[in-house]
Design a protein around this ligand. Sequence first.
Ligand code: CP
Ligand code: NVA
Length: 308
Amino acid sequence: MLKPNKLANNNFLSSLDLSPDEVLHVLELAKHFKNKKISIDLNNKVLGLIFDKSSTRTRVSFQVAMSRLGGTTIDLDPTTSQIGRGEPIKDTARVLSRYCDVIAIRTFDHSDLEEYAKWSTKPVINALTDLEHPCQALADFLTIHEEFLDLKDVILTFIGDGNNVANSLILCGALLGVEVRIACPKGYEPNPLVIKKAYEIYKNKNLLKITNDPISAVHGANVLYTDVWSSMGEENQKEEKDKDFIGFTIDHNLVGNADKEAIVLHCLPAYRAKEITDEVIDSKRSRIFEQAENRMHAQQALLSCLLS
Ligand code: CP
Ligand code: NVA
């Protein structure tokens, strides 16, 4: 029977904290959890959650994943804990790691997440930073793997802002050998260090393409993916970004230019009629709600590996 393997890294801060084999192992385990072929009892282990930004999917999927594994969660609200008062991260991390067995953190600066990991004696998980959303990428590739058995045959086109979600898709895609295309307006390209790292992993520059032309980017694509144009923390840029992203909506026309069996993903929450139309989100091509469900299965797999 498949069992969770211990991971080489203690933390999951970036998609790059897993090796290609470890990503495949987590995806396989996630499928086992989803199909009820495996049951793990973590014996009341405790996951601490810190959300400096709002969350529905990540918060609830971690809570349910932990409860399905026989553990519990503590959701620390920054406004009612001392986190919001500005207690130093190094103090919070050292205290929480004496109570909790693992900590998942959603915050702004990736360096703050790294500071938590530096001082925590327990595994730290990235529940989204401005740089990456690696738990999302695991669920995304689980969803893609359910449709396409050989990931190396897949062309994934992300249309939108090259930030956290796109960065993790690029890195996880590179580990899995998936062709990843990013179509974004000029000035919204993914992080250059992420692009450089992905090229090093692929050893073939043709497998990652960054373009400003959505129509050519979706040609032959098997998966179309988008995310909000204005991320959490960018609320004051909304008006400007809405203008800059005109032409980058996943609509019926864009889907029509992709492979005829292409599926559509969105990490959610969506601004319907901005980055994606109602028609596409609710169409038979959409796997968006399977993808949201898969957050829970992927995180069950990740937690069981980190705590094994
Ligand atoms: N996709 C995602 O992380 O959703 P939440 O912001 O609701 O957690
Ligand atoms: N890019 C989005 C993702 C939300 C899950 C944000 O950071 O708000």
